[in-house]
Design a binder for this molecule. Sequence first.
Ligand code: PMP
Length: 360
Amino acid sequence: MSRGYNFSAGPAALPEEVLRRAQSELLEWNGARASVMEISHRGKDFMALAAESERDLRELLSIPSNYKVLFLQGGATQHFAQIPMNIASRTQSADYVVNGDWGEKAAKEAKPAVGVRIAATSQATNYDRIPPRESWDLDPNAAYFHYTPNETIRGVEFMDIPEVGNVPIVADMSSTILSRPIDVSRFGIIYAGAQKNIGAAGLVVLIIRDDLLARSPKDLPKIFSYAEQAAQDSMLNTPNTLGWYLASVVFKWLKEQGGVEAMAKRNRAKAELLYSYIDGSEFYTNPVDKSARSWMNVPFTLPREELDAVFLKESEAAGLLYLKGHRAVGGMRASIYNAIPIEGVQALVDFMKDFAKRNA
Ligand code: PMP
């Protein structure tokens, strides 16, 4: 077998133990005498899985009882649009703080459904930081406040939850959920595509406070309504059963690892290892303001662009995979989500040292 360390930004690495368990259960799952993909989502076996996965996620993130947990589809992108359809109207406005490409996309997709106000943006500095708090122009009457706690492309992460008064906070946590503990009670909605820290692409986890469910317009087509999805336990139609199953296996794995507190320790150590090497080297550069450097996505550039192709070829041969940076930034990007062990980051740093020595 030649599995390498996979630094893809998403779909991203899954824990090997999770893949092995899925492999061992593929033909026959849980005594169902069929695979989890081949049985009814309304049967007792799958319903039990759905309930248990929700319990596990609630436990992992200490989700308060006045929040519903939905297992949906459409990617985070669909929810860029679906969130304003549910909790706002065209006559209202919503505040967006934009610190990267995903926040920019979220604001654009929301426009047909709500008046979008860009309360602050760091576009002028190429999204290398969080817009300074004193520049935020917040509307106390906004229907909601939206931000992206971790910007996957630029590697810019909030280290705290913004204070925005009584306006409900909506957070796209696609690339940071479950990487550390969070205070869910500070949020109105948390949503995340699954393909980084939750499992496989095609599933979206959305955590929503009960009072916001009451905002879903009655004339919204049911399939778009969070209130309807909540009333039907995310089974308004056939859910992504395989994706849901994989998420359930990841949640069990996280619990075995010591939960999100343990992941936070591990993730902080991984990020510190990589950033401290980059900062100490004269060869590699990370462009992000030190106060906002992501624990999950670490972009870095080499001193000469023509070295990029050589770096990629040699790192791949060394089993360090998918390090090519996003075209918006260039260079490399190492995504070091929960499934990447510290040994993987150490192997990357060792390779980077050797490469720098040979190409300085
Ligand atoms: N938000 C963030 C922060 C992301 O990283 C991504 C995907 N990389 C998306 C949204 C879009 O997710 P999807 O492709 O699931 O719609």
